[in-house]
Design a protein around this ligand. Structure first.
Ligand code: AMP
Length: 247
């Protein structure tokens, strides 16, 4: 039996499919963190990836890597990212499909920052069906815009390992230095007030429609993203533990 996206039928169909092919490691599903910039998607994705042994994918990190390596893709993405605009779907989709088709994603993955538009969501569902992954689990991180501004302007990211800090409420022990690996902490250029406004506007315009898209398919779980990071992790873990037990 194939995974179906029709509302209500998805979980049962996937469970039957998994039973037919035998036990698989991991969740066997794509986990999507949906939410505005600064909602805590990166922090939570890192934790989920570790706990459930899933690869952590981030389109933002992929683009930053392309920019650093000076690739053609990076040259196209750079000016858009600097302005806080989304990179066009045709550029995003090829890059994402190549990544999801790598063997380490065969038993699921956690995605932070993708999908961000309706065509991207459609494409993700197509790729997951082709790769015989179960229904997507969408964790919708709900946070006020005022709090997002504070989180983003205070955010610092470790250069080597991507560990995330905030100068206001989660500072490193030594200013500018990662507690875990001693590497330099970076303040992203697009985490400045001017660009954040455009990023939030892009979110409202292009990404918010995904809330209805996934709600209609019965795939969306709202998460209170205003809570402390550990409390958010507990809420998410309850959902994912439930999904794992249902396999
Ligand atoms: P992030 O690190 O997720 O905040 O992404 C940083 C920037 O990368 C965004 O402001 C966009 O310019 C670009 N970007 C990341 N993911 C996507 C995506 N799925 N679709 C389009 N643009 C993206």
């Amino acid at each position: 039996m194939r995974a179906s996206l029709r509302k209500g039928s998805c979980v049962a169909a996937v469970t039957a499919d998994r039973n037919a092919v035998g036990a698989l490691k991991g969740l066997g599903r794509a986990v999507i963190l949906l939410g505005p910039p600064g909602a805590g998607k990166g922090t939570q994705a890192q934790r989920i990836a570790k706990r459930y042994e899933l690869p952590h994918l981030s389109t933002g990190d992929m683009f930053r890597d392309h920019i650093q390596r000076g690739t053609e893709l990076g040259k196209k993405a750079k000016p858009l990212m600097e302005r806080g605009e989304l990179v066009p779907d045709e550029i995003v989709l090829g890059m994402v499909e190549d990544r999801i088709n790598q063997p380490d994603c065969a038993n699921g993955f956690v995605f932070d920052g993708f999908p961000r538009t309706l065509p991207q969501a459609d494409d993700l569902e197509r790729i997951c069906r082709n790769n015989r992954l179960g229904c997507t689990i969408v964790l919708h991180m709900v946070v006020d815009h005022a709090l997002l501004m504070r989180r983003l302007t205070g955010r610092r990211i470790c250069k080597a390992g991507g560990h995330i800090y905030n100068v206001y409420n989660r500072p490193p022990k030594v200013e500018g230095v990662c507690d875990f690996d001693g590497s330099e902490l970076i303040h992203r250029a697009d985490d400045s007030e001017g660009v954040i406004g455009e990023r939030l506007a892009a979110y409202d315009r292009q990404t918010v429609p995904l809330v209805e898209y996934y709600t209609d398919r019965g795939l969306l779980s709202p998460i209170d993203g205003m809570a402390e990071a550990d409390t958010v992790t507990e809420s998410i873990s309850r959902i994912l533990d439930g999904a794992k037990a249902a396999r």
